[in-house]
Design a protein around this ligand. Structure first.
Ligand code: RIB
Length: 299
């Protein structure tokens, strides 16, 4: 197994809107799509479509969404042995995409909130052979912390995507990760620093480096990503694309980065590939529906 994703799955309910309604107002939206999402599942699917062997550790509910989510993992070649059914609703995410391709997302964690540290201990043997463990913050923080401890014990590197931003996340509890991949607002929250300029971003990244994390990769949307370590900063620019829907682009980036890094160990080249993969995803609608295979995107 190449990659274990310990994280979330959601059903994305995507409305393509002209504008958000005001208080008490009803507005009509021109289009709607339902699809499989959730940051963990998205990252797993992206890595798998790139060609990695992926194991998913997650909890689905006991409703009509659960079977579809499991089938979707299977269709994408992901190992579902540790996709656990739960006496809860499945996670859902109502999403609103405006004509400028910007998105607003509400998440209802449902079963994802019931993924426990004990669940992760239960998959210790299965994840022991992985080259990378990938996590986000749509599962309980205690589970994130316990997984990092387990990964450190097993000597497996961890990539943490601290999304969605969570003010309760404790930096010293995640200092054992190899990579942290925040966007600008997540970096600001985690470091307690402003991120208005390049100098600000570097200073904020150094707060995470000082906490003991060796690689900080700040995603900058259409501009690309900035990789910062104790002794260097590398800006990897993204190519310009015509965006129609940016939902899940950050997850596409992480899935492709994880795949490429576990194959090559080359961080800069992995960011370059991830920029290209995420850039391709925003030219199509939906979350996982916008993720290409390696061949389709020319990687
Ligand atoms: O990052 C995009 C994802 O965030 C969506 O798929 C939605 O489910 C939320 O988890």
């Amino acid at each position: 197994m190449d990659i274990a994703v310990v994280g979330s799955n959601m059903v994305d309910l995507i409305s393509y809107i002209n504008r958000m309604p005001n208080d008490g107002e009803t507005v009509e939206a021109p289009d709607f799509r339902m699809g499989c999402g959730g940051k963990g599942a998205n990252q797993a699917v992206a890595a798998s479509r790139m060609g990695s062997e992926v194991l998913m550790v997650t909890r689905v509910g006991n409703d009509m969404f659960a079977d579809n989510t499991i089938r979707n993992f299977e269709d994408n070649g992901i190992d579902t042995k540790y996709v656990m059914r739960t006496d809860a609703t499945s996670g859902v995410a109502p999403i609103f995409v405006d004509p400028q391709s910007r998105n607003s997302i509400i998440i209802v964690k449902g079963a994802n909130a019931k993924l426990t540290p004990a669940d992760v201990q239960g998959v210790k043997e299965a994840i022991a052979g992985c080259k990378l463990i990938v996590m986000q913050l749509e599962i309980p923080l205690d589970t994130v912390y316990a997984t990092i401890e387990l990964a450190n014990e097993l000597n497996i590197p961890v990539l943490l995507n601290p999304a969605p931003a969570d003010p309760a996340l404790l930096l010293d509890k995640v200092s054992g990760v190899e990579f942290i991949v925040p966007n600008e607002s997540e970096l600001s929250l985690l470091s307690g620093m402003p991120v208005d300029t390049r100098a600000d971003i570097l200073n904020a990244a150094h707060v995470l480096l000082d906490a003991g994390i060796p690689n900080v990769i700040v995603t900058l949307g259409s501009k690309g990503a900035l990789w910062v370590t104790a002794d260097k900063e590398v800006m990897v620019e993204a190519e310009k694309v015509e965006a129609v829907d940016t939902t899940g682009a950050g997850d596409a980036f992480i899935g492709c980065f994880s795949h490429t890094w576990t194959r090559t160990g080359d961080v800069a080249a992995s960011i370059e590939a991830a920029n290209k993969y995420a850039g391709d995803s925003v030219t199509k609608r939906g979350t996982q529906t916008s993720y290409a295979t390696a061949k389709e995107v020319g990687l």
